[in-house]
Structure formats: structure tokens, C-alpha cells
Design a protein around this ligand. Structure first.
Ligand code: NAP
Length: 324
């Protein structure tokens, strides 16, 4: 049945894939954004409305939730300005509380909440994981709302910040690539599989109150993944997995670089493997999805981005504008 759905964070990487999936299933979707002009491509989807809003303002949030059947909260950050947990607390925990209050005041009884694998309010190894765990506990304890939480390992797919970031670094670093936390293990999950699990849960009362770990079909160390990306790009790079002291040192240095490519809190998150104890069974058995793998999906978008770069280089050589 068609639903009215507000997707908070619908303009982000996961959000864009999820919003297309929801639109394809015939749902009416509202996506609030701080910068709607940057996400005009969402407007080609016929049932999607992109609106400017400050979702951290309770009044804006209540207005957005009016007459919605479901709210999906994807808003999250991977890094904060200072290393003290305050931004994570505000964006993950306090914002989850605001979402609960606005759902309750507008009579929205269904909430899909994006968490993260290893999120744990007490035992999480980083501010990120503890705040994600606390937010998850808050939404599951809310009255009058049927909540489903999703706890993915790292997510890959077109537009991701994971594979694409390592690809970009590999391209600019000649020779040897020094990699922090190279022995940390992941079970990367494909963004479209995550989007399909969210979409399917809308019509699954059995998913109410559940917290689902989402993992892809294979487990890799970070070092294996980076070597795989270099291989897909046809780059000959020596990957040197740094030991613990050097990894911590790298986190301490990159913490202060613009855009924080790696932070002390990222280092702390990587002290725990991001691997599901149940493997990829949740996707397969609960949602009936055969999870896609890095090997089948990544070459499509990585190689596309390489071709796009070459096209811009040719345009530049031909003295046309570098980029549209
Ligand atoms: N990507 C992964 O590998 C992964 C793995 C596990 C869990 N997760 C979780 O999945 C969720 C979505 O991740 P993503 O990779 O799609 O993130 P993303 O690309 O950074 O998207 C986040 C979206 O939230 C919106 N937003 C609004 N206010 C914000 C604020 N104050 N700070 C940050 N964002 C704000 C942004 O929209 P506007 O800029 O348009 O306002 C942005 O499009 C997050 O909760 C993340 O923790 C991600």
C-alpha cells in the first residue's frame, strides 16, 4: 500500500538510493535538506518532494511530519569538530529524541532508524558507536511508535565515501600506501540491498521492534580491500599495513587535516571488527535478498568514475570547460 514517508538524510549517499527505491515502490516521499539546490537530481523521481528545512528545529520537524505514515531517520555523522563526543551526542542522540517527540506529536506511528553495526551505548569503542547505541535504545523505548533499526557494516555503492575515498587516495599516492588499522575486518554491504531491506520492512509487522545487523556476503580485512581497489583500478601500489602505534599516530595527525580523512574516533571504532555474527543471514532469510558483493558491483562505478575523469581531462586538453 502506498505510504507518505519523510526521509531525514534522504539527500545523502544511502538516502538517495533509498529514496529511489521508495519512489519505485510507489510511495510519496518528502526529503528535507539544508541545500536542496545540490540535490536536484532527486526531483526526476516523480513522487519525491525536496524541501528546504532545518530538521534540528522542532517546529520544522513537526511541519515535515504532518500527515506522514512513516519517518525514516538516516541523519548521522562520522566525524565531529572536536574529539569529545558532543557533536555525536547532538546529531545522533538528541536528534533521535527530537524525532521521537515530533512523531508522537504528529501521530506518526512508524519509524525506521539507521544505526550502525557494533553500536552500543555502554560498550561501544568510540564516541560514534556509543552515541549510535544510545540513540537506538532511545527510539526502541519510545511509546506509541513501531520502530525498526538497521545496523549495517560499512556500506558500498555508487557515491560511497569508503571505496571512492580509498580509490582517490591510491590515485594520488605514488608507490607505497601506508594504511592504518589494516587488520580490521569488515563485511561490506551493498547500498541497494540496504535500501531494499528498509523498503521491505515497511510492510512487515514482524520487523516492529527489531534491530537488524546488515552485512554483505564476504569478510575482508581493510588491507585486502585496499589491495582489491588498487587491482580494480589497475594501479601498482605497495600497501603497508601500519602497526598499532603508527596507526594511532596517523589518526592523531589526520584528525587536524581539513575534512578529517581519518580521526582518533575512527581509529577507536576500528578497534572492533565490523562483522555480523550471523553473517549475511538477515538479508537472505528475513528480507529474501541475495546480497551483492564488492567484486560484482564496485568495478561498475569505480571504472565509470575513471572514464569520467579521463573525459574531463580530454575536454580540458581541447580547451573546453573542465567540468559541467
Ligand atoms: N555510509 C556507511 O558506510 C554507513 C555505515 C553504517 C551506518 N551508516 C549510517 O547511515 C546514515 C547515512 O549515512 P550516509 O553515508 O548516507 O551519510 P551522508 O551521505 O553524510 O548523508 C547524511 C545526510 O544527512 C543530512 N543532514 C542534515 N543535517 C545534518 C547535520 N547536521 N549533519 C550531517 N548531516 C545532516 C544531510 O543532508 P543535507 O546536507 O542535504 O541537509 C546528508 O545528506 C548515517 O546515520 C550513518 O551513520 C552509514
Amino acid at each position: 500500500m502506498k505510504q507518505h514517508i519523510c526521509v531525514l538524510g534522504g539527500s545523502g549517499f544511502v538516502g538517495q538510493h533509498l529514496v529511489s527505491e521508495l519512489a519505485a515502490a510507489g510511495h510519496e516521499v518528502i526529503v528535507p535538506s539544508r541545500h536542496p539546490e545540490r540535490h536536484r537530481d532527486l526531483l526526476v523521481l516523480p513522487t519525491v518532494k525536496l524541501v528546504v528545512a532545518n530538521v534540528f528545529d522542532p517546529t520544522d520537524l513537526q511541519t515535515l511530519f504532518k500527515e506522514q505514515d512513516t519517518v525514516i531517520n538516516l541523519i548521522g555523522i562520522l566525524n565531529e569538530r572536536r574529539d569529545n563526543g558532543e557533536d555525536f551526542q547532538r546529531v545522533h542522540v538528541e536528534f533521535a529524541d527530537q524525532v521521537i517527540a515530533a512523531c508522537q506529536s504528529q501521530g506518526v506511528s512508524r519509524l525506521l532508524h539507521m544505526s550502525a553495526l557494533n553500536a552500543d551505548a555502554q560498550h561501544g569503542t568510540s564516541y560514534y558507536l556509543r552515541s549510535k547505541g544510545e540513540a537506538e535504545d532511545h527510539v526502541h523505548n519510545a511509546d506509541k511508535i513501531d520502530v525498526t533499526s538497521f545496523r549495517p557494516s560499512v556500506i558500498f555503492g555508487p557515491g560511497d565515501q569508503f571505496i571512492n575515498r580509498f580509490a582517490a587516495l591510491l590515485k594520488i599516492m605514488p608507490g607505497v600506501f601506508p594504511l592504518a588499522c589494516g587488520q580490521s575486518r569488515f563485511a561490506p554491504v551493498y547500498v541497494r540491498d540496504v535500501a531494499r531491506a528498509f523498503t521491505q520492512s515497511l510492510r512487515m509487522p514482524a520487523s516492529y521492534g527489531q534491530r537488524y545487523n546488515l552485512c554483505g556476503p564476504h569478510v575482508y580485512t581493510l588491507e585486502e580491500l585496499v589491495r582489491e581497489i588498487a587491482g580494480m583500478l589497475g594501479l601498482k601500489r605497495g600497501v603497508i599495513a601500519l602497526g598499532d602505534v603508527a596507526s594511532r599516530l596517523q589518526a592523531n595527525l589526520l584528525e587536524y587535516m581539513p575534512g578529517k580523512p581519518f580521526s582518533r574516533d575512527n581509529y577507536r571504532s576500528l578497534q572492533m571488527d565490523s562483522v555480523c555474527p550471523e553473517g549475511d543471514r538477515i538479508l537472505r532469510e528475513v528480507f529474501g535478498i541475495a546480497p551483492a558483493s564488492i567484486e560484482t558491483e564496485v568495478p561498475h562505478y569505480l571504472l565509470n568514475s575513471v572514464l569520467r575523469e579521463r573525459y574531463y581531462e580530454f575536454r580540458q586538453l581541447a580547451r573546453r570547460s573542465a567540468r559541467p
